[in-house]
Design a protein. Structure first.
Length: 183
């Protein structure tokens, strides 16, 4: 290595170290820091909102079309986008007052979410019980084993559908709460 290249590297490092130190010394600063309080949500957040709503709509269509895996994937992606909005636009969302109609819709969505999740939990428990019973009968009553396993599978699928539906209801509330971003 030539002496001039070595000196260039050393001087470059000497210039970079103070910048890195200054960046690290700033309290609470991270590369992915959300906007400071009081800064309104911007066009990027509108894009995230629209993408989340599109995913939510498509998730519901896929669920109704019995494409459970796709519906679940889209709902999870929408949920993660709404989580970003919740983190970065919470102040704007909290300052916005809900109309009486929105408050009523929020209550309806929360009830539908709770009911769907309760159904999912009951179906999952029933499927688990049938599965346990089936495994006990596997060697002694193969016909009953097959029927119970089919029932358990069907109930498990219904539980999964209800769980996704519950997630969709919860995300519809998020959609409504962040609807100011659609404008």
């Amino acid at each position: 290595m030539s002496q001039s290249r070595f000196l260039t590297m050393v001087f470059s490092l000497l210039l970079v170290f103070p910048l890195v130190g200054a960046a690290l010394a700033q309290p609470g600063k991270t590369p992915s820091q959300s906007p400071p309080p009081g800064v309104p949500c911007g066009p990027d957040h509108q894009i995230l909102y629209k993408r989340a709503v599109t995913l939510l709509d498509n998730s519901e269509k896929k669920l109704n079309g019995r494409f459970t895996a796709e519906a679940k994937s889209m709902a999870k992606e929408a949920k993660s986008l709404f989580a970003i909005l919740q983190k970065e636009c919470a102040q704007d969302q909290k300052e916005r007052l809900l109309t009486p109609q929105e408050e009523q819709q929020e209550a309806i969505n929360q009830k539908l979410n709770a009911d769907a999740q309760a159904q999912a939990d009951r179906l999952a428990k029933s499927a688990e019980d049938k599965f346990k019973k089936a495994t006990l009968l596997e060697t002694t009553q193969p016909e009953m084993y097959t029927k119970l396993m089919q029932d358990a599978k069907a109930e498990n699928e219904q539980a999964e559908n209800r769980s996704i539906k519950a997630m969709i209801y919860a995300l519809r509330t998020e959609q409504m709460l962040f609807s100011f971003l659609a404008k």
